[in-house]
Design a protein around this ligand. Sequence first.
Ligand code: SAH
Ligand code: F3S
Length: 463
Amino acid sequence: MPQVFIKTYGCQMNERDSEAVAAQLMARGHTLVADESAADVVLLNTCSVRDLAEQKALGKMSAVAGVARKQGRQPVLGFLGCMAQSRGQELAHGSVRLVVGTQKFHRIGEHLDALLQGRESHIVDTAEEAGSQSTIREHLIDPAGPRAVTAFVSIMQGCNQHCTFCIVPATRGAERSRPIPEIVDEVRDLVGRGVREVTLLGQIVTSYGRRDYPVRDGRSAFVQLLEAVHEVDGLERIRLTSPHPKGYGDDLIDAFGRLPKLVEHAHLPLQSGSDRILRQMHRGYTRDRYLGIVERLRKRHPDMAVTTDIIVGFPGETEEDFEQTVSLCHEAAFDQAYVFKYSQRRDTPAAAMPDQLSEAAIEERHARLLTRVNEIASRKYAERVGRTVEILAEGPSRRNPSRFEGRTRDNRIVIFEGDERHRGHLLRVQIETASAFTLYGIPELAGVSDVEESGSSDAPSLS
Ligand code: SAH
Ligand code: F3S
């Protein structure tokens, strides 16, 4: 049976797509391998949002092809996902024989069969497919392996916002949502397999179902979905990514707190703090409106974590525009901010705008802003020391496998002395110390049963 290596570049949506592809291939009898050097099939699922991601994937593929050539092997090499969608045919040359776009992940198994059996030499499949939003469904959960505590659930595909810098509407297509019952069934199935926390995924989740489910009692389709998922017994936490600020209407802000499983974390991609640049970006909000949302969220819950994405060096960004972004970061006191250097993307309106900044200018602003936002964020971590927080224990710490890690409701990693008995349980942890982006704590033994509601048979006996 073919041995398949899959590597993912990019966001959680890409990770989720790769997981569904891996599950599909395993169901067909393929084996997943962790090392590409002996694989029969090497698939790179690639991001297009910034040039750097594309260059990394292209570099990796040529390295893989070079090694295979030296070994005298001819594995099937393929690109999947956003870069495959935007570049299509131009990628399918030499040893790259498979190019599969964002609406065709579920066809990869049959395409690989055709290639491996020699029925086809190259396949490029980047067409649109009606209903493809419902094909990212299968999960890789090994019933014999350690319990899967968290899972990602794709609720929609595409984006209609057309921010002028962004390639996603071109690579992912127009907004298409899955029906609520289908999503709820998937969540229920995951919970039945041990999952306690789901992250609802889409390019613009706050626009979920706009055309399919009319506003009901002042509640948007997305809030209706949150309510339906919230009903799933045994589910403890709901996260979402990625929303758009324009989606934070009163109904969604009210849902924080009203729906106890919806965690106190709002990702609110800002992109710029300058109204002039926001208009050029076609973001659909002003600086004031944005700050108003942050204020209402924090009023709803004082500890609401607000995180963001920012682009520095958008065409025409002046020092004044940039200073507006810096000052907004101070006002909003972001719990975490991802700062990106503007990257020109093909066929986007921003790529054709005048006054593109030099790389050096972008680098310099990027470094300056990063220092500021990291200072603000690490202060917020330090504020947690001495508090008792609820965490969901996920598994061995990625940094230090001899310890365990979990996350707070507001999405901070907490490392603690733990073991497999803790996995999948809610614990109360006293925070002892903080580093820039990690908390360290001690579980409160008596607190375990207070927050533990699952009644599962493998509950830790910590008394
Ligand atoms: N809602 C989407 C956002 C797209 S990409 C999602 O999460 O799928 C994530 C982030 O990448 C954006 O919020 C933006 O900050 C950044 N980004 C998008 N296009 C970019 C570009 N051309 N250059 C630099 N950063 C970009
Ligand atoms: Fe991209 Fe803007 Fe949509 S950043 S994914 S076009 S909301």
